[in-house]
Ligand binder design. Structure first.
Ligand code: PMP
Length: 407
């Protein structure tokens, strides 16, 4: 017998797939499991005291404002501060270019709501962030994919996909989730140029750029686009929508993130926000503003970079030591993830079952592939486990892989 609710859902609910892998990952939440599965920041370095003192200060000095409803686009001084620090290298950002969201995940939902009609093609990398696939699927997005390699999305394969007239393109240029790879400068320029030529909106999801622990920062797609348009001095009005967040440089629990886009699009986003949740929590915005204003976030980032850089090194070293020959992996210069490719024929979802028996976990690669494939791939997160857990967890995984290859 169908459940009462099965008879009442909107059609779009059919497009919301629950993944079998999520159920499998539930098993990995036991305390004895060393999990490289979740994309969680390192909790030991959360600045709890600092957030507590900023909260107290905000409540003492601007308590009524912190507890009152606020404007849908966000707390004005926060918009101003972000605009000020974003305007450089030929890019001019005004507060009208900025929009505060309750996490960039909400930004992805809003992009879907504003731009995607049922049946529209949405161009994504393969692999890509599964949260973005989930966010836009209910609006009827049909995903098409461009492959990527160690230099990110393959722009040589891009033009033929753009010729299919996708409604928008979604890319992660820095330390991509899930692969950890970074889009090279040459490919960034090519992507921006092609997107312009084909008139396709580009969603640049960039939660990790500040978490670079190796190599030189590269200009964002937003910056390159504004240079191409020679729009310095004028508020940005191009086809890039950039998603940024305080989740990885401060804490994800505050749910404060921001979008940079053309002022016209921002005005539409304001209407969307009014229908969704009116505005992002005022108290949280004021806390973030306080920590940004006093320079704390800037001071805190090097500790995150050091911590993740060290953990990545330990993970890479342990993989060299324990993984059997024939397995390949990426070597990210920042962020929280690396990507493992097993020999053809091995299935990472099946191996997760074996891994859980050894009390270690990862995310199988298939849900990151919008058009299927990737059965022999998996994602490891190095941000959230301690060095000891990383050494032990990778040794356990090595045993699982050795065993699978011997069979
Ligand atoms: N985009 C990407 C690529 C992410 O990895 C994440 C977090 N896992 C998000 C968006 C969502 O971040 P937020 O906490 O800002 O909603």
């Amino acid at each position: 017998m169908p459940d009462f609710w099965d008879l009442h859902y909107a059609q779009r609910v059919q497009l919301m797939k629950s993944s079998a892998i999520r159920d499998l990952l539930k098993l990995t939440e036991q305390p004895e499991v060393i999990s490289f599965a979740g994309g969680l920041p390192a909790a030991e370095i959360f600045p709890v005291e600092k957030v507590a003192s900023a909260t107290q200060k905000v409540l003492q000095e601007r308590g009524v404002q912190a507890l009152q409803y606020g404007p849908s686009e966000g707390y004005r001084p926060l918009l101003e501060l972000i605009a000020q620090t974003s305007s450089r290298d030929g890019l001019t950002i005004t507060p009208e270019n900025i929009f505060i969201v309750s996490g960039s995940q909400q930004g992805l939902d809003f992009v879907g709501r504003l731009l995607v009609n049922p049946g529209d093609l949405v161009l994504v990398e393969s692999p890509t962030y599964m949260g973005a696939l989930q966010a836009m699927a209910p609006y009827g997005a049909d995903y098409i994919t461009v492959p990527s390699d160690e230099n990110g999305l393959r722009t040589d394969a891009l033009e033929e996909m753009l010729a299919l007239k996708p409604k928008l393109m979604y890319v992660l240029p820095n330390f991509q989730n899930p692969s950890g790879v970074t889009l090279s400068l040459e490919r960034r320029k090519r992507l921006v140029e092609l997107a312009n030529r084909y008139g396709v909106p580009v969603v640049e999801d960039d939660p990790y750029s500040q978490l670079r622990f190796e190599g030189e920062p590269l200009p964002s797609l937003l910056t390159l686009d504004s240079q191409l348009r020679k729009s310095e001095g004028e508020p940005y009005r191009g086809n890039i929508i950039q998603l940024n967040t305080f989740s990885k440089v401060l804490t994800p629990g505050l749910r404060v993130a921001w979008i940079v886009a053309s002022p016209e699009l921002v005005r539409k986003l304001v209407q969307t926000k009014q229908g969704a949740d009116l505005h992002t929590a005022s108290l949280n915005q004021l806390i973030v503003h306080e920590l940004l204003r006093e320079g704390f976030i800037e001071q805190h980032i090097p500790l995150i970079r050091r911590t993740y850089g060290e953990r990545r090194n330990i993970m890479l070293q342990a993989m060299e030591e324990h993984f059997p020959a024939g397995i390949r992996w990426t070597r990210p210069q920042g962020g929280m993830f690396l990507w493992v490719v097993l020999p053809e024929g091995l299935n990472s979802t099946e191996l997760l079952r074996e891994a859980v028996k050894e009390n270690v976990a990862f995310v199988p690669g298939t849900p990151f592939h919008a058009q299927g494939g990737g059965e022999n791939t998996l994602r490891l997160s190095f941000s959230n486990a301690t060095p000891e857990q990383i050494r032990e967890g990778i040794a356990r995984l090595g045993r699982v892989f050795h065993k699978a290859l011997a069979e």
